[in-house]
Design a protein around this ligand. Sequence first.
Ligand code: ATR
Length: 266
Amino acid sequence: MPDRYAVIGNPVAHSKSPWIHAQFARATGENLEYGSIEAPADGFVRAVEAFRAQGGKGLNVTLPFKAEAFRLCAGTSARAAAAQAVNTLVLDRGKPWGDNTDGVGLVRDLGTNLGRRLAGARVLLMGAGGAAQGVLAPLAEAGVEQIVVANRTLPRAQALAARVRGASACSYEALAGQSFDLVVNATSAGLSGDLPPLPKGLFRPGAFAYEMVYGRDTAFLAMARAAGAGTSDGLGMLVEQAAESFQIWRGIRPETGAVLAALRAQ
Ligand code: ATR
């Protein structure tokens, strides 16, 4: 019998995680199956318990349940505690334990797949919701010179930045006159075709724009290209966070390059 894992979210039908983990399992020879569970908005904990009762060993958690997953855990990693969000549940080692692999996934994609130097960079993180929470501390700890969190609702940015050493917060208007080496869009604006109100001149020469929404050419990516910046969507982060989850569950780190290339070609 293969060991059972799944991604849980709502919606979850279009998740690429089952496909990614199937590739990892094949490449590493691990005997596991990985499905998907769409939990009702008010039924996350019940769905996790049911999966666990059936012998499920681990879950990836996606929108909108990452904060609820954090609260459900009896213990978490330090990085999940910093994010107050869990995207990886371990269910087969006693009480539920949680980790958050989103931030390390982003940092690995930037550093390893995209060859971007984070050391010494001035970084702008847009957004202060769950997506931004997951990546702020890992970005800040990657040796950046400065990291600024900008958000439409300024108090949310201030609350988030206050939790991470070296981070500061500001409004979009207050970005006027500032420039950055890396701009990460962790807002959900791209999902509705919107763009946060960014001032001109944001991108330094050689700057890079990273869109955490994957699979679409958002207004942010178009704007960054027009400004001469390099760009990437969040597909590499998706594969890297999955590899980190796989390692937590199975103790083996799968190769990501071929899986990412195949996803891109799809
Ligand atoms: P998630 O967990 O995906 O981050 P969220 O907690 O709802 O979702 O946060 C969404 C983020 O996108 C927030 O930072 C939000 O800004 P506010 O905190 O001001 O609401 C940001 N966002 C969404 N739509 C936006 C838009 N059109 N322009 C600017 N920011 C937007």
